[in-house]
Every structure is written in structure tokens, then in C-alpha cells.
Design a protein around this ligand. Structure first.
Ligand code: HEM
Length: 59
């Protein structure tokens, strides 16, 4: 919630801007092999939710 990381890495805006919107959407929707859950594929977040979350990480 504070984006400092816990199980996963810290998600600071500067680092997120370098990764870009499309990368963030892909990670949030489809997860990562290192333990990031696939919120979209599990049906927890819709495409729209995913987009909003990705944009939030860039603010
Ligand atoms: C709304 C909730 C979450 C969002 C938006 C989110 C977003 C992200 C993003 C964008 C990355 C990639 C960071 C990078 O490439 O620098 C990431 C990685 C990761 N996240 Fe999450 N995350 C969330 C929740 C969680 C939760 C609840 C867990 C653990 C149960 C988790 C575990 C991880 C792990 C382990 C990674 C690194 C995976 C790897 O490098 O293979 N995340 N997360």
C-alpha cells in the first residue's frame, strides 16, 4: 500500500516511469515468475482496473 515493497520490490514512481505503462499493465495482469500474482488472469482485476492501477503507479 505504501509502495515500499514487502514480498515484492518497492514501486517508486521514477522506477515505474522507466518501465512504462505497457510493462506495468502486463505485470499487474499476468504476474511475474518471482511471485507476483496474476491479478488479471485470476479474474481479480479487470482490464480497466489493471489500467487504473498501472496509471496510479506512475503518479
Ligand atoms: C495491487 C497490488 C500490487 C501491485 C500493483 C503490484 C505491482 C508489481 C509490479 C509493477 C512489479 C514489478 C516491479 C518491477 O519490475 O520493478 C511487481 C513485482 C512483484 N510483486 Fe507485486 N504488486 C502487487 C501486489 C503484490 C503482492 C500481494 C505480492 C505478494 C503476494 C506481490 C509480489 C511481487 C513479487 C514477488 C514481485 C517480483 C517478481 C519477480 O521479479 O519475478 N505483489 N509487483
Amino acid at each position: 500500500m505504501l509502495r515500499k515493497g514487502a514480498t515484492g520490490p518497492a514501486l517508486d514512481p521514477k522506477k515505474m516511469a522507466e518501465k512504462g505503462l505497457e510493462y506495468l499493465k502486463a505485470v499487474i495482469f499476468g504476474g511475474l515468475p518471482g511471485g507476483m500474482p496474476d491479478w488479471g488472469r485470476q479474474g481479480i482485476l479487470s482490464e480497466k482496473d489493471t489500467e487504473l492501477m498501472a496509471r496510479f503507479l506512475l503518479e
